[in-house]
Design a protein. Structure first.
Length: 288
């Protein structure tokens, strides 16, 4: 049974007005538990609207959303419980910090779940460790921290609820390359250790190629493709026509293949690239 399933999910903004627009249009999707899914699409493709349906922030205009087989909107009084099971980290989440210490900010979600104080403190420590926040920071004000540290505090606040599904909307926006790599590496380690389902919305095809096991592509409010990462990047030309920048390695290896080199044009990560170059140098070039 998929952890996330949508049936003809449709959401229309400004319905019944001259500005009516379908942001998500009849999306049918099944995501298995334990996947690390990269969510990509051009600006206005519907990807952010889609993920806001997965924990009940938006109610469908029509269609269904199921979490672990349960209809999200069957009983509106239970929506709050689903939001503990499907955690959503917004873009620039550090703007949502408000407590006077880091520990209290991380504890906010677990405390609202009605957990015991001992369990809350255990979860605060666990979440802080996952995002590599040293213990001495926990009693500081979050407003004394660097931008990257604030971002990690905000992510830890959602991880502390131990959601079955963790959704992150551009979690590295505005960070320098080092800060971006650090957060994404920590998310990958969290996924490896916990085995929870992770959805990462990103404009960076390099990040998606490096970390995602599957990729979901939205285009003009429709689901264009949902498949294993290496299969999605075989559609590099179509992705480019949508305005999505395929990984630089893909462009390089496509150009090499077009010039007659025996390399796989669908190479999209550094490890694949190294393997291709080794094979080429040793005379074991790519065969379609």
């Amino acid at each position: 049974m998929p952890i996330i399933k949508t049936e003809d999910l449709t959401y229309i903004y400004s319905q019944g007005t001259p500005f009516e627009k379908a942001a998500v249009d009849h999306v049918n999707l099944e995501i298995e538990a334990g996947e690390f899914v990269g969510v990509i699409g051009h600006t206005g493709s519907g990807k952010s609207t889609l993920i806001q349906h997965l924990n009940g922030l938006l109610e469908p205009t029509s269609g269904k959303v199921y979490i672990d087989g349960q209809d999200l909107w069957a009983d509106k009084s239970k929506i709050r419980q689903f939001r503990f099971r499907v955690g959503l980290v917004f873009q620039y989440p550090e703007y949502q910090l408000f407590e006077d210490t880091v520990a209290k900010d991380i504890a906010f979600g677990p405390r609202n779940m009605g957990l015991s104080e001992a369990e809350i403190q255990d979860r605060v420590r666990m979440a802080a460790q996952f995002v590599d926040l040293p213990e001495e920071i926990l009693e500081k004000s979050p407003f004394e921290l660097s931008g990257g540290q604030k971002r990690r505090v905000a992510i830890a606040g959602v991880i502390a609820m131990d959601p079955e599904v963790l959704i992150l909307d551009e979690p590295t926006a505005g960070l320098d390359p080092r800060g971006r790599d650090r957060i994404l590496g920590q998310l990958k380690e969290y996924h490896r250790h916990r085995g929870n389902t992770v959805l990462l919305v990103s404009h960076s095809m390099e990040d998606v190629a490096k970390y995602a096991t599957k990729v979901l592509v939205m285009n003009r409010s429709h689901l264009f493709l949902y498949d294993e990462t290496h299969r999605v990047f075989k559609h590099a030309e179509e992705l480019s026509r949508m305005g999505l920048a395929v990984p630089q390695l893909s462009r390089v290896f496509t150009a090499l293949a077009e010039q007659g080199f025996a390399v796989n044009p669908n190479t999209y990560t550094m490890q694949y690239a190294l393997n291709e170059i080794e094979d080429l140098l040793e005379g074991r070039g790519y065969h379609a």
